[in-house]
Design a protein around this ligand. Sequence first.
Ligand SMILES: *Cc1c(COP(=O)(O)O)cnc(C)c1O
Length: 395
Amino acid sequence: MLSRKQTPGVVSNQQCDTYAWFSQRAWVEIDLGALSYNVQQLVQFLSPRTQLMAVVKADAYGHGAVTVAQTVLQSGASWLGVATVPEAIQLREGGIKAPIVILGATHTPEQIHAIAHWKLQPTLCSPKQALVFSNILEEMNYGSPVPVHIKLDTGMSRLGTNWQQAGEFVQLVQRLPHLAIASIYSHLATADSFDTTVMKEQHRRFEEAIAHIKAMGIQPPCLHLANSAAALTDRSLHYDIIRAGLAIYGLYPAPHLQNVIDLKPVLQLNARITQVKTISPGTGVSYNHQFIAPRELRLAVVGIGYADGVPRNLSNKMQALIRGQRVSQIGTITMDQLMLDVSAIPNVQEGEVVTLLGEQGNEQISADDWAEQLNTISWEILCGFKHRLPRVAVM
Ligand SMILES: *Cc1c(COP(=O)(O)O)cnc(C)c1O
Protein backbone atom coordinates (compact mmCIF):
# COMPACT_ATOMS: atom_id res chain seq x y z
CA MET A 1 0.00 0.00 0.00
CA LEU A 2 1.36 3.40 -0.92
CA SER A 3 0.76 6.75 0.62
CA ARG A 4 -0.47 9.16 -2.04
CA LYS A 5 2.55 11.39 -1.34
CA GLN A 6 4.90 8.58 -2.37
CA THR A 7 3.25 7.89 -5.70
CA PRO A 8 5.63 9.60 -8.14
CA GLY A 9 8.60 7.52 -9.08
CA VAL A 10 7.46 3.96 -8.62
CA VAL A 11 3.93 2.64 -8.44
CA SER A 12 2.82 -0.76 -7.25
CA ASN A 13 -0.30 -2.72 -8.08
CA GLN A 14 -1.65 -6.15 -7.33
CA GLN A 15 0.25 -7.96 -10.07
CA CYS A 16 3.64 -6.46 -9.52
CA ASP A 17 5.39 -4.78 -6.63
CA THR A 18 7.44 -2.25 -8.49
CA TYR A 19 7.10 -0.69 -11.90
CA ALA A 20 9.62 1.58 -13.48
CA TRP A 21 7.83 4.85 -14.24
CA PHE A 22 7.75 4.22 -17.98
CA SER A 23 5.87 0.93 -17.62
CA GLN A 24 3.13 2.62 -15.59
CA ARG A 25 1.89 5.07 -18.18
CA ALA A 26 -1.52 5.59 -16.57
CA TRP A 27 -3.44 4.25 -13.60
CA VAL A 28 -6.52 4.66 -11.43
CA GLU A 29 -5.68 5.45 -7.83
CA ILE A 30 -8.16 4.27 -5.20
CA ASP A 31 -7.99 6.11 -1.90
CA LEU A 32 -9.06 3.52 0.68
CA GLY A 33 -8.87 6.14 3.43
CA ALA A 34 -11.49 8.23 1.63
CA LEU A 35 -13.63 5.14 1.00
CA SER A 36 -13.54 4.20 4.66
CA TYR A 37 -14.31 7.81 5.63
CA ASN A 38 -17.37 7.94 3.36
CA VAL A 39 -18.75 4.69 4.76
CA GLN A 40 -18.25 5.96 8.30
CA GLN A 41 -19.96 9.27 7.46
CA LEU A 42 -22.95 7.38 6.05
CA VAL A 43 -23.17 4.95 8.97
CA GLN A 44 -23.05 7.83 11.47
CA PHE A 45 -25.83 9.54 9.54
CA LEU A 46 -28.10 6.47 9.80
CA SER A 47 -30.10 5.58 12.86
CA PRO A 48 -28.82 2.47 14.68
CA ARG A 49 -31.66 0.33 13.30
CA THR A 50 -30.60 0.96 9.68
CA GLN A 51 -27.80 -1.07 8.11
CA LEU A 52 -25.68 -0.11 5.12
CA MET A 53 -25.59 -2.21 1.95
CA ALA A 54 -22.58 -1.09 -0.08
CA VAL A 55 -23.41 -1.44 -3.76
CA VAL A 56 -20.28 -2.82 -5.45
CA LYS A 57 -21.72 -3.81 -8.84
CA ALA A 58 -19.77 -3.09 -12.03
CA ASP A 59 -16.45 -3.79 -10.27
CA ALA A 60 -17.43 -1.35 -7.50
CA TYR A 61 -18.25 1.40 -10.00
CA GLY A 62 -14.84 0.85 -11.56
CA HIS A 63 -12.94 1.04 -8.25
CA GLY A 64 -12.08 -2.69 -7.93
CA ALA A 65 -14.71 -4.86 -6.25
CA VAL A 66 -12.70 -7.08 -3.88
CA THR A 67 -10.55 -4.31 -2.39
CA VAL A 68 -13.56 -2.03 -2.05
CA ALA A 69 -15.65 -4.80 -0.44
CA GLN A 70 -12.95 -5.56 2.12
CA THR A 71 -12.63 -1.89 3.06
CA VAL A 72 -16.34 -1.07 3.27
CA LEU A 73 -17.03 -4.15 5.42
CA GLN A 74 -14.25 -3.10 7.80
CA SER A 75 -15.68 0.41 7.93
CA GLY A 76 -19.28 -0.35 8.88
CA ALA A 77 -21.16 -1.78 5.89
CA SER A 78 -23.04 -5.04 6.61
CA TRP A 79 -24.28 -6.08 3.18
CA LEU A 80 -22.93 -6.04 -0.37
CA GLY A 81 -25.04 -5.51 -3.48
CA VAL A 82 -24.00 -6.64 -6.97
CA ALA A 83 -25.80 -6.87 -10.32
CA THR A 84 -24.80 -10.33 -11.53
CA VAL A 85 -23.81 -13.81 -10.35
CA PRO A 86 -20.22 -13.59 -11.70
CA GLU A 87 -19.75 -10.32 -9.78
CA ALA A 88 -20.81 -12.10 -6.59
CA ILE A 89 -18.57 -15.11 -7.27
CA GLN A 90 -15.61 -12.79 -7.76
CA LEU A 91 -16.21 -11.46 -4.23
CA ARG A 92 -16.55 -14.94 -2.73
CA GLU A 93 -13.36 -16.07 -4.52
CA GLY A 94 -11.71 -12.96 -3.08
CA GLY A 95 -12.53 -14.25 0.40
CA ILE A 96 -15.58 -12.07 1.15
CA LYS A 97 -17.95 -13.78 3.61
CA ALA A 98 -20.58 -11.03 4.07
CA PRO A 99 -24.14 -11.44 2.72
CA ILE A 100 -24.22 -10.61 -1.00
CA VAL A 101 -27.51 -9.62 -2.65
CA ILE A 102 -27.81 -9.95 -6.41
CA LEU A 103 -29.83 -6.90 -7.41
CA GLY A 104 -30.31 -8.05 -11.01
CA ALA A 105 -32.58 -10.84 -12.24
CA THR A 106 -31.47 -14.49 -12.32
CA HIS A 107 -33.40 -17.34 -13.96
CA THR A 108 -31.25 -20.10 -15.38
CA PRO A 109 -30.40 -23.39 -13.67
CA GLU A 110 -26.70 -22.48 -13.88
CA GLN A 111 -27.32 -19.19 -12.06
CA ILE A 112 -29.46 -20.88 -9.42
CA HIS A 113 -26.87 -23.62 -8.84
CA ALA A 114 -24.19 -20.95 -8.42
CA ILE A 115 -26.40 -18.97 -6.01
CA ALA A 116 -26.87 -22.04 -3.84
CA HIS A 117 -23.23 -23.12 -4.06
CA TRP A 118 -21.75 -19.71 -3.23
CA LYS A 119 -24.43 -18.81 -0.67
CA LEU A 120 -25.66 -15.74 -2.55
CA GLN A 121 -29.00 -14.00 -2.07
CA PRO A 122 -31.06 -13.47 -5.23
CA THR A 123 -33.72 -10.90 -6.00
CA LEU A 124 -37.09 -12.40 -6.89
CA CYS A 125 -39.02 -10.22 -9.30
CA SER A 126 -42.05 -12.28 -10.28
CA PRO A 127 -44.13 -15.32 -9.24
CA LYS A 128 -42.83 -17.16 -12.32
CA GLN A 129 -39.21 -16.64 -11.28
CA ALA A 130 -40.02 -17.73 -7.72
CA LEU A 131 -41.48 -21.00 -9.04
CA VAL A 132 -38.41 -21.63 -11.21
CA PHE A 133 -36.16 -21.13 -8.18
CA SER A 134 -38.21 -23.38 -5.97
CA ASN A 135 -38.38 -26.15 -8.60
CA ILE A 136 -34.67 -26.12 -9.34
CA LEU A 137 -33.75 -26.11 -5.65
CA GLU A 138 -36.16 -29.02 -5.20
CA GLU A 139 -34.46 -30.94 -8.05
CA MET A 140 -31.10 -30.22 -6.46
CA ASN A 141 -32.52 -31.51 -3.19
CA TYR A 142 -31.00 -28.39 -1.65
CA GLY A 143 -31.04 -28.50 2.14
CA SER A 144 -31.26 -25.09 3.80
CA PRO A 145 -33.66 -22.45 2.44
CA VAL A 146 -32.13 -19.77 0.18
CA PRO A 147 -32.64 -16.21 1.49
CA VAL A 148 -34.47 -14.22 -1.21
CA HIS A 149 -35.23 -10.54 -1.62
CA ILE A 150 -38.66 -9.71 -2.98
CA LYS A 151 -38.61 -6.84 -5.49
CA LEU A 152 -41.64 -4.61 -5.93
CA ASP A 153 -42.11 -2.17 -8.79
CA THR A 154 -43.52 1.01 -7.26
CA GLY A 155 -42.88 3.26 -10.26
CA MET A 156 -39.42 2.64 -11.71
CA SER A 157 -40.91 0.28 -14.32
CA ARG A 158 -37.81 -1.88 -14.21
CA LEU A 159 -37.55 -5.13 -12.22
CA GLY A 160 -40.21 -6.22 -9.78
CA THR A 161 -43.82 -7.20 -9.32
CA ASN A 162 -46.33 -4.37 -9.46
CA TRP A 163 -46.88 -3.05 -5.90
CA GLN A 164 -50.60 -3.75 -6.16
CA GLN A 165 -49.87 -7.50 -6.46
CA ALA A 166 -47.35 -7.51 -3.59
CA GLY A 167 -49.56 -9.43 -1.15
CA GLU A 168 -50.21 -12.38 -3.46
CA PHE A 169 -46.56 -12.49 -4.55
CA VAL A 170 -45.22 -12.52 -1.00
CA GLN A 171 -47.77 -15.14 0.02
CA LEU A 172 -46.72 -17.39 -2.87
CA VAL A 173 -43.01 -17.13 -2.03
CA GLN A 174 -43.74 -17.79 1.62
CA ARG A 175 -45.51 -21.02 0.76
CA LEU A 176 -42.80 -22.28 -1.62
CA PRO A 177 -40.26 -24.72 -0.23
CA HIS A 178 -36.51 -23.89 -0.26
CA LEU A 179 -37.07 -20.11 -0.18
CA ALA A 180 -36.90 -17.83 2.86
CA ILE A 181 -37.94 -14.19 2.48
CA ALA A 182 -34.99 -12.09 3.68
CA SER A 183 -36.36 -8.70 2.64
CA ILE A 184 -38.92 -6.83 0.59
CA TYR A 185 -37.66 -3.89 -1.40
CA SER A 186 -38.26 -1.42 -4.19
CA HIS A 187 -36.17 1.10 -6.14
CA LEU A 188 -36.78 4.82 -6.66
CA ALA A 189 -36.75 6.45 -10.09
CA THR A 190 -36.31 10.12 -9.21
CA ALA A 191 -34.53 10.27 -5.85
CA ASP A 192 -31.82 12.58 -7.23
CA SER A 193 -34.21 15.21 -8.56
CA PHE A 194 -35.06 18.32 -6.57
CA ASP A 195 -38.78 17.73 -7.11
CA THR A 196 -39.84 14.98 -4.71
CA THR A 197 -43.37 14.41 -6.06
CA VAL A 198 -42.70 11.09 -7.83
CA MET A 199 -40.48 9.82 -5.01
CA LYS A 200 -43.20 10.54 -2.47
CA GLU A 201 -45.73 8.65 -4.58
CA GLN A 202 -43.38 5.65 -4.79
CA HIS A 203 -42.90 5.83 -1.01
CA ARG A 204 -46.69 5.88 -0.55
CA ARG A 205 -47.10 2.84 -2.83
CA PHE A 206 -44.38 0.95 -0.95
CA GLU A 207 -46.14 1.71 2.36
CA GLU A 208 -49.46 0.61 0.86
CA ALA A 209 -47.96 -2.69 -0.30
CA ILE A 210 -46.36 -3.34 3.10
CA ALA A 211 -49.65 -2.55 4.86
CA HIS A 212 -51.39 -5.03 2.57
CA ILE A 213 -48.78 -7.73 3.30
CA LYS A 214 -49.13 -7.15 7.05
CA ALA A 215 -52.92 -7.31 6.77
CA MET A 216 -52.49 -10.80 5.30
CA GLY A 217 -50.77 -11.80 8.52
CA ILE A 218 -47.24 -11.77 7.11
CA GLN A 219 -44.60 -9.82 9.01
CA PRO A 220 -41.95 -8.62 6.49
CA PRO A 221 -38.54 -9.34 8.03
CA CYS A 222 -36.67 -6.42 6.53
CA LEU A 223 -37.53 -3.51 4.23
CA HIS A 224 -35.44 -1.25 2.00
CA LEU A 225 -36.08 1.48 -0.53
CA ALA A 226 -33.30 4.09 -0.55
CA ASN A 227 -30.31 4.50 -2.87
CA SER A 228 -27.67 7.16 -2.10
CA ALA A 229 -29.86 10.08 -3.17
CA ALA A 230 -32.91 8.94 -1.20
CA ALA A 231 -30.77 8.22 1.86
CA LEU A 232 -29.46 11.80 1.80
CA THR A 233 -32.91 13.28 1.11
CA ASP A 234 -35.31 11.88 3.69
CA ARG A 235 -34.77 9.71 6.78
CA SER A 236 -38.26 8.23 6.47
CA LEU A 237 -36.93 6.36 3.42
CA HIS A 238 -34.18 4.57 5.35
CA TYR A 239 -36.15 1.57 6.73
CA ASP A 240 -33.87 -1.34 7.72
CA ILE A 241 -31.18 -1.04 5.03
CA ILE A 242 -30.01 1.67 2.64
CA ARG A 243 -28.38 0.58 -0.63
CA ALA A 244 -25.63 3.11 -1.31
CA GLY A 245 -23.37 3.12 -4.33
CA LEU A 246 -22.36 6.58 -5.50
CA ALA A 247 -22.04 8.11 -2.03
CA ILE A 248 -19.53 5.54 -0.80
CA TYR A 249 -17.35 6.47 -3.79
CA GLY A 250 -17.45 10.06 -2.56
CA LEU A 251 -19.72 11.74 -5.08
CA TYR A 252 -23.01 13.50 -4.45
CA PRO A 253 -26.04 12.29 -6.41
CA ALA A 254 -27.22 15.88 -6.91
CA PRO A 255 -25.92 19.41 -6.19
CA HIS A 256 -28.71 20.11 -3.67
CA LEU A 257 -27.54 17.15 -1.53
CA GLN A 258 -23.95 18.40 -1.11
CA ASN A 259 -24.37 19.74 2.40
CA VAL A 260 -26.02 16.71 3.99
CA ILE A 261 -22.84 14.78 4.86
CA ASP A 262 -19.19 15.22 4.01
CA LEU A 263 -17.85 12.89 1.30
CA LYS A 264 -14.42 12.57 -0.33
CA PRO A 265 -13.90 11.32 -3.90
CA VAL A 266 -12.17 7.93 -3.82
CA LEU A 267 -11.00 7.63 -7.43
CA GLN A 268 -8.17 9.59 -8.99
CA LEU A 269 -7.05 9.20 -12.61
CA ASN A 270 -3.36 9.73 -13.27
CA ALA A 271 -1.06 9.41 -16.25
CA ARG A 272 2.49 10.32 -17.11
CA ILE A 273 3.96 12.75 -19.60
CA THR A 274 5.79 10.76 -22.26
CA GLN A 275 7.18 13.58 -24.41
CA VAL A 276 7.46 17.37 -24.29
CA LYS A 277 7.99 19.60 -27.34
CA THR A 278 7.65 23.18 -28.55
CA ILE A 279 5.38 23.86 -31.52
CA SER A 280 5.27 27.04 -33.59
CA PRO A 281 2.20 29.24 -34.26
CA GLY A 282 -0.16 27.68 -36.81
CA THR A 283 0.88 24.09 -36.06
CA GLY A 284 -2.01 21.60 -36.06
CA VAL A 285 -2.33 19.12 -33.17
CA SER A 286 -3.59 15.52 -33.34
CA TYR A 287 -6.02 13.84 -35.79
CA ASN A 288 -7.89 16.18 -38.12
CA HIS A 289 -6.03 19.17 -36.64
CA GLN A 290 -8.97 20.09 -34.43
CA PHE A 291 -6.55 22.39 -32.58
CA ILE A 292 -4.20 24.88 -34.27
CA ALA A 293 -1.58 26.55 -32.06
CA PRO A 294 -2.46 30.28 -31.87
CA ARG A 295 1.11 31.08 -30.72
CA GLU A 296 4.28 29.21 -29.93
CA LEU A 297 3.50 26.72 -27.17
CA ARG A 298 4.92 23.89 -25.11
CA LEU A 299 3.05 20.66 -25.73
CA ALA A 300 3.10 17.59 -23.47
CA VAL A 301 2.06 14.17 -24.75
CA VAL A 302 0.35 12.06 -22.05
CA GLY A 303 0.04 8.26 -22.14
CA ILE A 304 -3.71 7.85 -21.77
CA GLY A 305 -6.54 7.90 -24.29
CA TYR A 306 -10.06 6.82 -25.09
CA ALA A 307 -9.16 3.12 -24.94
CA ASP A 308 -8.48 3.75 -21.25
CA GLY A 309 -11.84 5.44 -20.79
CA VAL A 310 -11.05 9.12 -21.31
CA PRO A 311 -14.06 10.02 -23.50
CA ARG A 312 -13.07 11.29 -26.94
CA ASN A 313 -15.94 13.77 -26.68
CA LEU A 314 -13.88 15.66 -24.08
CA SER A 315 -11.35 16.62 -26.80
CA ASN A 316 -10.44 20.32 -26.48
CA LYS A 317 -12.88 20.59 -23.54
CA MET A 318 -11.03 19.05 -20.61
CA GLN A 319 -8.31 20.15 -18.27
CA ALA A 320 -5.66 18.34 -16.26
CA LEU A 321 -3.52 19.13 -13.23
CA ILE A 322 0.28 19.27 -13.19
CA ARG A 323 2.15 20.47 -10.10
CA GLY A 324 -1.16 21.70 -8.69
CA GLN A 325 -1.90 23.88 -11.73
CA ARG A 326 -4.64 23.57 -14.31
CA VAL A 327 -3.66 23.09 -17.95
CA SER A 328 -5.81 22.63 -21.05
CA GLN A 329 -6.06 19.51 -23.14
CA ILE A 330 -5.58 20.30 -26.86
CA GLY A 331 -6.43 18.45 -30.06
CA THR A 332 -8.40 15.26 -30.53
CA ILE A 333 -8.01 12.65 -27.78
CA THR A 334 -6.57 9.54 -29.44
CA MET A 335 -6.86 5.87 -28.50
CA ASP A 336 -3.82 5.76 -26.24
CA GLN A 337 -2.56 9.32 -25.94
CA LEU A 338 -3.64 12.92 -25.57
CA MET A 339 -1.90 16.28 -25.63
CA LEU A 340 -1.77 19.17 -23.14
CA ASP A 341 -0.72 22.80 -23.47
CA VAL A 342 1.87 23.11 -20.70
CA SER A 343 3.25 26.53 -21.75
CA ALA A 344 2.32 28.05 -18.36
CA ILE A 345 4.41 25.58 -16.38
CA PRO A 346 8.19 26.05 -16.56
CA ASN A 347 10.43 23.19 -17.52
CA VAL A 348 7.88 20.34 -17.56
CA GLN A 349 9.65 16.97 -17.58
CA GLU A 350 8.91 13.66 -19.25
CA GLY A 351 7.76 11.20 -16.59
CA GLU A 352 5.88 13.81 -14.55
CA VAL A 353 2.47 12.80 -13.22
CA VAL A 354 -0.66 14.42 -14.63
CA THR A 355 -3.97 14.15 -12.77
CA LEU A 356 -6.96 14.04 -15.11
CA LEU A 357 -9.56 13.43 -12.38
CA GLY A 358 -8.87 14.16 -8.75
CA GLU A 359 -6.97 16.58 -6.60
CA GLN A 360 -3.57 18.25 -6.70
CA GLY A 361 -2.85 21.02 -4.20
CA ASN A 362 -5.87 23.33 -4.11
CA GLU A 363 -7.17 22.30 -7.52
CA GLN A 364 -9.70 19.57 -8.13
CA ILE A 365 -11.32 18.07 -11.24
CA SER A 366 -14.29 15.87 -10.44
CA ALA A 367 -16.32 13.25 -12.26
CA ASP A 368 -19.16 15.79 -12.03
CA ASP A 369 -17.13 18.21 -14.20
CA TRP A 370 -16.73 15.55 -16.89
CA ALA A 371 -20.36 14.49 -16.58
CA GLU A 372 -21.54 18.05 -17.08
CA GLN A 373 -19.40 18.49 -20.22
CA LEU A 374 -20.66 15.19 -21.63
CA ASN A 375 -24.30 15.65 -20.68
CA THR A 376 -24.30 12.50 -18.59
CA ILE A 377 -24.05 11.52 -14.90
CA SER A 378 -21.04 10.86 -12.68
CA TRP A 379 -22.08 7.19 -12.27
CA GLU A 380 -21.31 6.60 -15.97
CA ILE A 381 -17.96 8.40 -15.73
CA LEU A 382 -16.79 6.23 -12.81
CA CYS A 383 -17.81 3.00 -14.55
CA GLY A 384 -16.07 4.04 -17.77
CA PHE A 385 -12.42 3.34 -16.90
CA LYS A 386 -11.15 0.29 -18.70
CA HIS A 387 -9.14 -2.52 -17.22
CA ARG A 388 -6.04 -1.56 -19.15
CA LEU A 389 -5.62 0.90 -16.26
CA PRO A 390 -4.30 -0.81 -13.13
CA ARG A 391 -6.17 0.02 -9.94
CA VAL A 392 -3.64 1.17 -7.36
CA ALA A 393 -4.82 1.28 -3.76
CA VAL A 394 -3.42 4.08 -1.60
CA MET A 395 -4.25 5.05 1.99
C1 LIG B 1 -27.20 0.55 -8.41
C2 LIG B 1 -28.29 0.41 -7.40
C3 LIG B 1 -28.26 1.12 -6.19
C4 LIG B 1 -27.19 2.15 -5.85
O1 LIG B 1 -27.53 3.41 -6.41
P1 LIG B 1 -26.68 4.73 -6.10
O2 LIG B 1 -27.49 5.80 -6.72
O3 LIG B 1 -25.36 4.57 -6.75
O4 LIG B 1 -26.59 4.85 -4.62
C5 LIG B 1 -29.25 0.87 -5.26
N1 LIG B 1 -30.25 -0.02 -5.54
C6 LIG B 1 -30.31 -0.70 -6.69
C7 LIG B 1 -31.42 -1.65 -6.92
C8 LIG B 1 -29.35 -0.49 -7.67
O5 LIG B 1 -29.43 -1.16 -8.83
